[in-house]
Design a binder for this molecule. Sequence first.
Ligand code: FE
Length: 251
Amino acid sequence: MSTNRTADLRTPFTRRDLLLAAAGGVAMLGAANAGRAAETPVPVAPAAPAAPTGPFTLPPLPYADNALDPVISATTLGFHHGKHHQAAVDSLNRAVMGTPYADMPLEKIIAATYGVADKSAVFNNAAQHWNHSFYWRSLKPQGGGEPGGALRQKIEASFGSVDTCRKELLTAATTQFGSGWAWLAQDGAKLVVVKTGNADSPLNRGQKPLLAIDVWEHAYYLDYQNRRADYVNALIGKLLNWNFAAENLGA
Ligand code: FE
């Protein structure tokens, strides 16, 4: 008989058993709720938590949210800046609350938390706040065109031509696997194109960023779906802010 009992315990529930159990549960819940409703007022849903206040704030876009249209639509820019970047700022404020990071400049937080396993939330949000603030200024309406002056000389000395620099940027941006960034950066006396994953940037390699291209899907998916190369090509040709790169260029 004991073998039969073992067999019974191992018998899986039939679909009918599960449906009956679920119906019974719903009936019991309904009865419990009906009883509660008669005795106590329905609790009011708590208000959505207020956005955390803290040392970091979302910088306004340096142009109207439709100013980059049609390369980047107002819808994409609105979500990207108002939701994604704002979320990084809010999460950063939450993560630094009550810690020494709350009084540190953003770049110092990034340097202090890079590669520190139990500080990844602080690092990721601090770095994404920095990267996005830099990305907005790497673009401008009626941008693209040709760099001039000392920047052009540096580009030609480092890549051979501005066209080669543009091609390297396109390649880096389209071959970055998954989420990340493509950058024009200064590494000592020369300029380099680098790609970084997730929230990483040339800052963490001792390089000085000059321009950033966001290749996270949220940067282009509403406008281009899976055509990342179309987004990057249009951005390089029509939006890249070479003046901003020149301002960032060190001696
Ligand atoms: Fe982004």
